[in-house]
Design a binder for this molecule. Structure first.
Ligand SMILES: [Zn+2]
Length: 286
């Protein structure tokens, strides 16, 4: 058996592209530093809106296949080799935006049994033995059913893993500090006339924004900003990048953060004040 890297990070996301938007710099940094980075994506995003007109014909399973290729390219950009779909590609399908009839589709993630879905994730945890888990807050950052469900599955899997003696030392939720978001949007207003995007998004469009006091951890990804932007650009059906900004299919410009922020929700804070390392305080075998 080959020796496993001493630091192991697991991220759980809803759709291809969420990992690059939320954690692209973090993933690139830990991969570059030799940590084992594992991404589990719960659906292929088959109900995402497609931006490029030449790809607008893609829907359903065809779009899912295309998005898996985009995810593959994005993971190449951040240097992550271990990425998986929960239960295998296509096992759980995109539930669409909250309130749509799509939410009732029996194959969609929103209709999945959380315990059953979490069991798939526990198998990954058993294999990888991560010390750190990153996912969304209970609202999924912004209320998308798949993001809410990804949160529930990740947290339930963490509980089940602990019961099985596979406890994960630290669990984090993706965050953006309110003052950082406010400053970035203020700068965006100034440069917006020079950008290709017609309008600006607003802070409420950014997932996971909270008051600064709740931020426990700040990962400086400045050195990996280009890798993050490349990973986001690889998701061309979903994201248009014009560094340091980007837009989703609504064409509303928003800031691309190369420093990424987290709230520690389980485990011991590993530093006085803000941590600068997700593994802070964890004893890792050297
Ligand atoms: Zn998503």
């Amino acid at each position: 058996m080959t020796e496993r890297p001493s630091r192991r990070l697991l991220l759980v996301h809803a759709h291809p592209d969420d990992e690059s938007i939320n954690n692209g710099a973090t993933m690139a940094r830990y991969a570059a530093e030799g940590a084992h980075v594992t991404l589990v994506t719960c659906t292929l995003g088959e109900r995402g809106e497609v931006i490029p007109p030449e790809l607008a014909h893609l829907t359903g399973a065809g779009l899912g296949e295309h998005r898996l290729r985009e995810l593959t390219a994005a993971m190449r950009a951040v240097g992550v080799e271990d990425f998986r779909l929960l239960g295998g590609p296509g096992h759980y399908q995109d539930s669409g935006m909250m309130g749509l009839p799509d939410n009732d589709d029996p194959g969609c993630l929103w209709q999945a049994d959380v315990d059953e879905a979490a069991a798939h994730l526990v198998e990954v945890i058993r294999e990888v033995r991560p010390q750190v888990l990153v996912t969304y807050d209970p609202d999924g950052g912004y209320g998308h059913p798949d993001h809410i469900q990804a949160h529930r599955i990740a947290m339930r899997a963490a509980d089940l893993a602990a019961e099985a003696g596979l406890g994960i030392a630290k669990v984090y939720w993706n965050r953006v500090p309110r003052t950082i978001a406010e400053d970035a949007f203020a700068r965006l207003q100034e440069v917006l006339p020079g950008l290709t995007f017609p309008k600006s998004a607003v802070i409420d469009d950014v997932p996971g924004v909270v008051d600064d006091e709740r931020i426990t951890t700040e990962i400086d990804g400045t050195a990996y900003a280009a890798a993050k932007a490349a990973a986001m650009a690889a998701h061309a059906t979903q994201i248009e990048v014009a560094e340091p900004y980007f837009a989703l299919s609504n064409q509303l410009a928003q800031p691309l953060f190369s420093t990424e922020y987290y709230e520690l929700v389980r485990g011991q804070q590993g530093a006085q004040g803000r941590e600068t390392d997700l593994f802070a305080g964890i004893e890792v075998a050297s």
